[in-house]
Design a protein around this ligand. Structure first.
Ligand code: BGP
Length: 478
């Protein structure tokens, strides 16, 4: 018997803007991702406020899940998924963000998805905003810099709570909420929407404004939690932290101290606010040192206290190492890279591979919060080859996930209350950082390329049957 709980939630995760396509169908409005071009590892994606039909915008087509969700969910069921993490496209429900009434056809689409999941006893885990907001909110309100967006979000969230109350228990108010801390390239949560064309990484930035916008996001999240619990007290709300696990590159005390402080600031601030209900002292102090006033009122503090989440979830792809000394070799990664770690291998996209770091992270966050923990993203983006006979051999993906599951089980045996594992991109989808399709994460291959050509036919990779056995044996066979 494996160490995992009997009702452990094995599954996979996706996001609306990376799979749905059908970007203007059935009343959907433009989302911020509908104006981001395709890029590559070496050629950055571009945000184009003035849309040019010469560009290719991958989210508009994605993998056409909008029309193929039944087939996709049937494949998830065949793998034995106990849970499936999806996000709802805000601009499908409120096309302009500030519409008086929701778009019935958009709501119906997710009714159908939830009904389909229920048919197979798959538990939905729903992200309310996966970095993806209606474009009109960005252009008309300048996104989260504007307090009015809090009410728009809460109205949207309440619409979902009321409509899907019978289907959904697990909610995540925001995807990777700490991206706003980590980097400016967090488009959907972006503090400042670019007026002119710029690269994904080259968005206009102002740290103070970003921190104020983030405060608005926390207030929106807490208000949604409060409203959700009034609608259904069985709802569970989770954080969703982009956990960038940090190591000192050397044992120089300056390196150790600096990593400790960065970990507090970048990894813990957001989960401290969402689980402990207040801004931590070190973050407020950091703001003070930088001369930043986020204008935190007593009313804000009260809302944050009342709207705390119930469980901790995070994405984990890699660790990074940092140093105050000079090291030349760099790595890339999810949101940010670091200095090359000589003990770790890297993916083709230069993301370090570190399964032991997952055990370390699980212990660290459970020790800090003592609430159930769920891994809501983990996986490896690789180039796959579709053979003439329809097979795809992906031993590298099996190896990556297997090594992470081994460390997860060790963490469970260490005493961590781990309740679920959602493999990222369980079906191939559009990469956020590069916009490519060739950077594939799935157990299911989708026959389309970086420019949206192809049959969109689904094929099972070797990892499909392997993951099926993992789930069947509750993690024992791997
Ligand atoms: C996370 C996002 C996901 C996903 C993942 C992999 O930050 O929440 O949406 O895309 O990273 O990153 P990429 O798509 O850039 O390979």
């Amino acid at each position: 018997m494996s160490g995992f709980k009997e009702n452990f939630l094995w599954g996979g995760a996706t996001a609306a803007n990376q799979i749905e396509g059908a970007y203007l169908e059935d009343g959907k409005g433009l989302s911020v991702y509908d104006i981001v071009t395709v890029g590559s590892h070496t050629n950055p994606r571009r945000i184009t406020p003035i849309i040019s039909e010469e560009n290719f915008y991958p989210s508009r087509v994605a993998i056409d899940h909008y029309h193929r969700y039944k087939e996709d969910i049937a494949l998830f069921a065949e793998m034995g998924f106990k849970a499936y993490r999806l996000s709802i496209s805000w601009s499908r429900i409120y096309p302009n963000g500030d519409d008086e009434k929701p778009n019935e056809k958009g709501l119906k689409f997710y009714d159908d998805i939830f009904k389909e999941l229920k048919k197979y006893n798959i538990e939905p885990v729903v992200t309310i905003s996966h970095s993806d907001i209606p474009l009109a909110i960005a252009t008309k309100y300048q996104s989260w810099t504007n307090k009015k967006v809090i009410d728009l979000y809460v109205k949207y969230a309440k619409t979902l709570f009321e409509r899907y109350s019978e289907y959904v228990t697990y909610w995540l108010p925001f995807n990777e909420i700490n991206n706003m801390f980590l980097s400016l390239s967090a488009l959907g949560q972006g503090a400042m929407f670019p007026k002119e064309e710029c690269t994904f990484q080259g968005q206009p930035d102002d740290f103070e404004m970003r921190m104020k916008a983030l405060k608005n996001i926390f207030i929106a999240s807490a208000k949604a939690v409060i409203a959700g619990k009034e609608i259904n007290d069985k709802f569970h709300f989770g954080t969703m932290i982009c956990h960038i696990t940090r190591y000192p590159r050397t044992c120089h005390p300056d390196d150790v101290l600096s990593v400790f402080k960065n970990d507090l600031f970048y990894n813990n601030t957001c989960s401290d606010i969402m689980l402990k209900g207040e801004y931590p002292f070190y973050t407020l102090n950091e703001f003070k040192n930088r001369g930043i006033d986020i204008e935190l009122t007593d009313e804000d503090k009260q809302i944050l206290k009342e709207g705390v989440c119930d469980y901790y979830t995070f994405s984990y792809y890699q660790s990074i190492s940092e140093s105050t000394l000079d090291f030349n070799e760099q790595t890339s990664g999810n949101i940010m890279g670091g200095i090359k770690n000589p003990y770790l291998k890297e993916t083709e996209w230069d993301w370090p591979i570190d399964p032991v770091g997952l055990r370390y992270t699980l212990l660290k966050v459970y020790d800090r919060y003592k609430v159930p923990v769920m891994i809501t993203e983990n996986g490896i983006g690789c180039r796959d080859v579709l053979n003439d006979d329809g097979t795809i051999h992906d031993p590298y993906r099996i190896e990556y996930i297997k090594d992470h599951i081994v460390e997860m089980e060790k963490a469970v045996n260490d005493g961590v209350d781990l309740i679920g594992y959602m493999a990222w991109g369980c079906i191939d989808l559009v990469s956020v950082s590069t916009g490519e399709m060739k950077k594939r994460y799935g157990f299911i291959y989708v026959d389309t390329d970086d420019l949206g050509n192809g049959s969109f036919k689904r094929y099972k990779k070797d990892s499909f049957n392997w993951y099926k056995k993992v789930i069947e044996s509750n993690g024992e066979i791997r």
